[in-house]
Design a protein. Sequence first.
Length: 165
Amino acid sequence: MKILLLLSLLLAALPVQAAGVGGMFGQGSTQFSLIAGNAYAFNHDYMVIGASASHYVLDGLGVGLSLESWSGGDPAINNVSPFAQYVFNRTSTLQPYIGGFYRHTSIAGLPGLNSVGERAGVYIISGTNSAVSVGLVHESYLDCHEAVYRNCSATYSDVSLTFIF
């Protein structure tokens, strides 16, 4: 975790080329996010490590891919998730966003699980090339069997550190 924090601080200090008219979320800008946290599933605590990358195809409209690995619990879990989001351009340090995603979850010893979801929150601009996002996510699992997974939907908080290039 200390290495991840150090890497985050180093990346935030790197100079970047300013994005066009849309600022950090302008057409042509690229973002990298680090994912680190805890999760609970199958009566086990997990350490979640991951990363995502997105590219803004229009001012405010980004598409990307997120990868996560859940370790420390049993069974092992991995997520792959393409997503899209729209950031509402404001002149303040707060930039609201909405988005949607599809996720494929690989669970050792069980069939894969697919889900769709939506998220909303706010980016808090923390520098010329970095932001912290805070939001909520609602995820619905497709072809889910409650006898195996208990719940077929979930709502949870989402916090990330994002670097914009």
